[in-house]
Design a protein around this ligand. Structure first.
Ligand code: BG6
Length: 471
């Protein structure tokens, strides 16, 4: 038995991601014990509410939409208007949840799909009305703060109403199939386990390259910049997954303990080394897939009076981890908007062999593709088949060891997986409070160093791979 309450239940995220995910999870008619309540400020008749949800589902689940599944899904749906920042309407929620004698008869999941400024008033009301028993969980997602201090405030607000074991902080990268696969790959293969260290790895590149620009989020993205929008969370998660020590077990806390060790071992980037360790940049006008796109500053024009045009749309960092396994191995983190291609990958480059018998410039590599494909490939050098110098020339072969189409008809979206894990009560793929705080601390130092040294904001033409960064 389960109640899911989405605050901000008809907002953009809910309509685009959460409800489609819940539709996949609950439209088979087997979960009639679940109730799904969308909460928002404005009154909305049931028919109008259902019409809106149906339209959006048709748009976002496409050919997977069916009238039969919709009939099942709508039977668990309801809507309620509550003044989220005030007092009105909360009694209706108390009646809905109906916690007799504070006894947990059902699990309750509160999804705060609202701006962080509403976290405090919502948590206050849930606490006051005693709607936060042990069987309740709360789900929140980024932006979880804009720096160390604001992240601490958010953590404090959540902690005032829920225990850490009830809090699920979403980083949607942890819901991606290829990211979850990293742990399997690393810890279930002896072949990989034995070479995963500075004895064998030369360097690692973690890249998240996007084609989208800032679009309707210009104001937010200009204030926050790509370092905070992408690196503090998504790239940091990829980095910890690829570098953590072997956890004692697969329990959520054993894994998260290992991740935080990595964040704490990151060498600080400060005024001393920021110039050689980082690049920040903004895109100028260019062309992507044959279509002309405006530059960043032009895209900001409609909101020019509300922004200062100083947000970076591209970041590259050279990161070192100060521990026995990784000392001396550079990790190149790169992410940008309006780049040539949309892809995310982790590329692990191995050391050359200890002899120089063959030409091994291309070297052994392992590439974990996160999107759009979900492949893992290993590059090995082999004898070239033909040709005059075939005896001494090696040829780089890529052996693909996993593909996206072998096992799945449909790869569930990150949100669907993550909501499924919240329902199971498994915190493995969610970010713990201390992890968030440690990563903000490290990120804040980079921002401060940029500010203090007035580091140059480079430019790159949209549709390219971004500015050069010496690796
Ligand atoms: C979000 C960022 O967290 O991740 C966006 O706020 C970014 O700016 C998005 O576009 C990228 O996610 P994905 O899954 O498309 O790589």
């Amino acid at each position: 038995m389960l109640d899911i309450v989405i605050f901000g239940g008809v907002g953009d995220l809910a309509l685009r991601k959460l409800l489609p995910s819940l539709y996949y999870l609950f439209s088979d008619g087997k979960r009639e014990q679940c109730r799904l309540l969308c909460v928002s400020r404005s009154p909305l008749e049931r028919d109008a509410f259902l019409k809106k949800i149906k339209e959006k589902l048709e748009q976002f689940v496409g050919t997977d939409f069916s009238e039969e599944s919709w009939r099942n899904f709508k039977s668990i749906l309801s809507y309620m208007d509550i003044d989220l920042s005030g007092q009105d309407g909360w009694e209706k929620l108390v009646d809905f949840i109906n916690l007799k004698d504070n006894k947990c008869k059902r699990d309750i999941i509160y999804y705060l799909s609202v701006t962080p400024s509403l976290f405090a008033p919502i948590c206050r009301q849930l606490g006051r009305k005693e709607l936060n028993p042990d069987c309740s969980r709360v789900v929140v997602e980024k932006p979880l703060g804009e720096d160390y201090e604001s992240a601490r405030e958010i953590n404090d607000i959540l902690a005032s109403c829920f225990n850490e074991c009830q809090i699920y902080r979403i980083d949607h990268y942890l819901g991606k199939e290829a990211v979850q696969n990293i742990l399997h790959l690393r810890f279930s293969n002896h072949l990989i386990e034995t070479v995963w260290n500075n004895q064998h790895i030369d360097h690692v590149e973690i890249t998240v390259s996007e084609q989208v620009g800032v679009e309707s989020r210009a104001q937010f993205l200009d204030r926050i910049g790509t370092l905070r929008d992408m690196v503090q969370n998504h790239l940091m998660q990829l980095l910890t997954y690829i570098t953590m020590e072997t956890p004692k077990s697969l329990s959520a806390d054993d894994i998260r303990d290992r991740k935080i060790e990595v964040i704490k071992a990151l060498q600080p980037i400060t005024v001393r080394n920021v110039a050689e360790r980082t690049v920040r940049a903004q895109y100028t006008a260019g062309e992507i897939d044959g279509i002309k796109v405006p530059g960043y500053l032009e895209e900001l024009e409609p909101v020019r009076d509300k922004v200062n045009g100083k947000g970076e749309t591209f970041v590259a960092l050279k990161v070192n981890i100060d521990n026995g396994r990784w000392r001396g191995v550079p990790f190149i983190l790169k992410t940008g908007k309006r780049m040539a291609r949309r892809f995310a990958e982790i590329r692990v480059k191995f050391n050359p062999p200890s002899n120089d018998l063959y030409d091994t410039r291309d070297g052994n590599q392992m590439v974990i593709e996160i999107q759009p494909a979900l492949t893992v490939s290993i590059q090995m050098l082999m004898k070239q088949l033909m040709g005059a110098d075939a005896a001494v020339k090696s040829h780089a072969n890529r052996m693909q060891i996993a593909t996206d189409d072998e096992h799945f008809k449909r790869v569930p979206e990150a949100y669907e997986r993550l909501i499924g894990e919240v329902i199971k009560g498994n915190q493995t793929y969610f970010v713990r409070d201390d992890e968030i705080m440690a990563s903000w601390k490290w990120i804040d130092r980079i921002r401060n160093a940029w500010e203090e040294t007035e580091q140059e904001m480079k430019t790159y033409a949209a549709g390219t791979d971004g500015p050069d960064f010496e690796e």
